[in-house]
Design a protein around this ligand. Structure first.
Ligand code: GUN
Ligand code: ZN
Length: 437
């Protein structure tokens, strides 16, 4: 399936050597090669090092792709995004619960139509690739067709996508509801069909506690028990009204996260989006169960949800990855997402360094998805998903790049000023899948 041919790429090469549990350890694990060479075979990284040390290893039959002035980085990892919401980015004027009712639910109704879902899946994957994102954890809609369409499109380019059908059986319009039984059966069928097929993985996806009955959450837990290596993907503690509502709906449970925890939905492959307003016991539970958080700064600012406490997540040793959360989030672009994350931390008197930011968008994201043995940096044998960055894609960026004193500043300027123009090439599974026009 994947290309058998060997590829050789010459550029500056940047990655982070290992997973850390302290942000102070990131900088000393940064690997930067100014004039580097990467060899790829069968979609895997075969060799990375200095051009001078490696150039004689390149067979004569292999054309060297040279990207002078560009930086080769691991592909970005988006740990929370809704593909059906691409068409509603920038819906005006509401916070979470009103935004869902007024904009989101009507939009998601369209994905019952498989042809429509196909068209939008193709659009969605193209958007990811033009923004340098090579792996994403994705919400579909309640319709199994939506997930079939997305997985089919991802399979065509052998992209590592994790996705799932939304489970929701109450507190939404009738046309978007399933039942405990249909959601169980449809999810089971999708897991059997797609989980671990090629690079695809399945996430059991109850939308959030308010739209699932206890019976449905029990079904989600049953699925997780039957298929322990699937993911669990949902929302948690995003908005204060949402949290109050969960407490009313589930008076028996000890807070919002406990609703998921009591149904067996926490764990090392569970990813909770937002987590802005966590109580102490909820931080403890996330840590103790090795669950992960998706930090979605553009969404959290856009919906006025609040400021995520990244610093506290580090202190409490809870895994964090970056999420764009399209379409409450306002960009597919990870550089812009990091830019907003920096500002979220500024408002809390914490400084997000460029190295920490790029860690969260690559290896940290991989760790949050339990995929750090396969993606996230350029260790030999890892999957060849990467992006060729143009740090000087505008006159302003060129000006600012030229006056940067070191790599930290160059990267910081890249995440402050960068956008989709910064993405020069994207490779998935060792193959070129996007070229800037
Ligand atoms: N909570 C439940 N559904 C959603 C959604 O679609 N987007 C966001 N941001 N939060 C949610
Ligand atoms: Zn979301």
């Amino acid at each position: 399936e994947h290309s058998q041919s060997v590829k050789a790429i010459r550029a500056s090469i940047l990655d982070i050597a290992r997973v850390v549990d302290n942000p102070e350890d990131i900088e000393k694990n940064v690997r930067y090669i100014d004039d580097g060479l990467m060899l790829i075979a069968n979609g895997r990284i075969e060799w990375v090092g200095n051009w001078q040390d490696g150039k004689d290893m390149v067979p004569d039959s292999v054309r060297i792709r040279s990207y002078p002035g560009k930086i080769l980085m691991p592909g970005f990892i988006d740990t929370h995004i809704h593909y059906p919401q691409a068409e509603m980015v920038g819906a005006y004027g509401e916070q979470l619960l009103e935004w869902l009712n007024n904009y989101t639910f009507p939009t998601e109704a369209r994905y019952k139509d498989k042809d429509y879902a196909r068209e939008m899946s193709a659009f969605f994957l193209k958007q990811l690739l033009r923004n340098g994102t090579t792996t994403a954890l994705v919400f579909g809609t309640v319709h199994p067709e939506s997930v079939d369409a997305l997985f089919e499109a991802a399979e065509n380019i052998n992209m590592r996508i994790i996705a799932g059908k939304v489970m929701m059986d109450r507190n939404a319009p009738d046309y978007l509801l399933d039942t405990p039984e249909t959601s169980y059966n449809q999810t089971k069928e999708l897991i059997e069909k797609w989980h671990k097929r090629g690079r695809l993985l399945y996430a059991i996806t109850p939308r959030f506690a308010p739209t699932s009955s206890p019976e449905q959450l029990a079904m989600a837990g049953k699925l997780k028990q039957e298929y322990p290596d699937t993911y669990l993907h949902t929302h948690l503690c995003e908005n204060k009204n949402e949290i109050e509502w969960v407490k009313e709906l589930f008076p028996e449970q000890d807070g919002y996260l406990d609703v998921y925890h009591q149904h067996g939905l926490t764990g090392s492959k569970s990813v909770f989006a937002h987590c802005i307003h966590l109580e102490d016991k909820e931080w403890d539970c996330l840590h103790d169960t090795d669950s992960a958080i998706a930090f979605c700064p553009t969404s959290n600012l856009y919906l006025g949800s609040g400021l995520f406490k990244l610093q506290e997540a580090w202190q409490r040793k809870v895994k964090v990855g970056m999420g764009t959360d399209i379409g409450a989030g306002t960009t597919f672009n990870m550089l812009q997402t990091l830019n907003e994350a920096y500002k979220v931390m500024q408002l809390q008197q914490h400084r997000l360094s460029a190295f920490e930011a790029f860690y969260l968008a690559t290896l940290g994201g991989a760790k949050s998805l339990s995929l750090d043995h396969l993606i996230g940096n350029f260790d030999i044998g890892k999957e060849a998903d990467f992006v060729v960055i143009d740090p000087c894609s505008t006159p302003l960026q060129q000006l600012r790049f030229d006056s940067s004193k070191d790599l930290a500043e160059e990267l910081f300027v890249l995440m402050t000023l960068g956008d989709d123009r910064s993405i020069y090439r994207t490779y998935v599974d060792g193959r070129l899948v996007y070229e800037r026009g």
